[in-house]
Design a protein around this ligand. Structure first.
Ligand code: E4P
Length: 217
């Protein structure tokens, strides 16, 4: 499973990228607002740093506007994936933009039928939002499994990009189901390294090592 980082925080992306943990980045209008930076400036900085796809989101509601914004955002760098919402107009924009050879990430997906339409429209990525479904007491992970089944049934090449990830369990569950990509906030990716038994074991080893009176260097 590829790891995308869900942030516009360039310091956080840099840190993870140096460890080889970044296959791409996703941003959205809320993350751009949080960064306090200009969308084109911050997107360019991220694209220069990361080799993989960097999603930048359109904000127009009509297909024509999304297409114009998408083309403008794509001028930033070759690795831009244009993000459009899963509306009828978003699907129209997806069809046109992918037809021009651009990567398109269809976002705000909350049902298997929406994901089916995005694949038919030629989306490069479909972004089902796990956490926001869980927030409503629905099962976000079940949606990932449904989309995996449907895409595999028909050989759709659209990549399933598990989004709105809130926990380390979301990461392992998405990987078990076979999501192609998971996009997660930097802190969730870092938390994947943690285990209470690792900490406990390390404490015990260090205690015993101290008792030997030895040093390695
Ligand atoms: C990713 O593309 C989405 O914008 C993001 O994962 C949304 O996450 P949230 O539901 O935590 O805002």
């Amino acid at each position: 499973m590829k790891f995308f980082v869900d942030t516009a925080d360039t310091d956080a992306i840099r840190e993870l990228n140096e460890l080889g943990m970044v296959d791409g980045v996703t941003t959205n209008p809320s993350l751009i607002m949080k960064s306090g930076r200009d969308i084109k400036e911050v997107t360019k900085e991220i694209c220069d740093m990361v080799d993989g796809p960097v999603s930048a989101e359109t904000v127009a509601l009509d297909a024509e506007g999304m297409i114009a914004e998408g083309r403008e955002l794509a001028k930033t760098a070759d690795n831009i994936a244009i993000k459009v919402p899963l509306t009828w107009d978003g699907l129209k924009a997806c069809k046109v933009l992918t037809g021009e050879g651009r990567m398109v990430n269809v976002t705000l997906c909350f049902s298997a039928n929406q994901a089916l339409l995005a694949a038919k429209a030629g989306a490069t990525f479909i972004s089902p939002f796990i956490g926001r479904l869980d927030d409503l007491n629905l099962d976000g992970m079940e949606l990932i499994a449904e989309i995996r089944d449907i895409y595999d049934n028909y050989g759709f090449e659209t990549q399933i990009l598990a989004a709105s990830i809130r926990s380390v369990n979301h990461m392992s569950e998405a990987a078990k189901i076979g999501a192609d990509v998971a996009t997660a906030p930097p802190d969730v990716i870092k938390k994947m390294a943690q285990h209470v038994l690792t900490d406990k074991g390390l404490d015990a080893f260090l205690k015993d090592w101290k008792a030997t009176g030895q040093s390695i260097l």
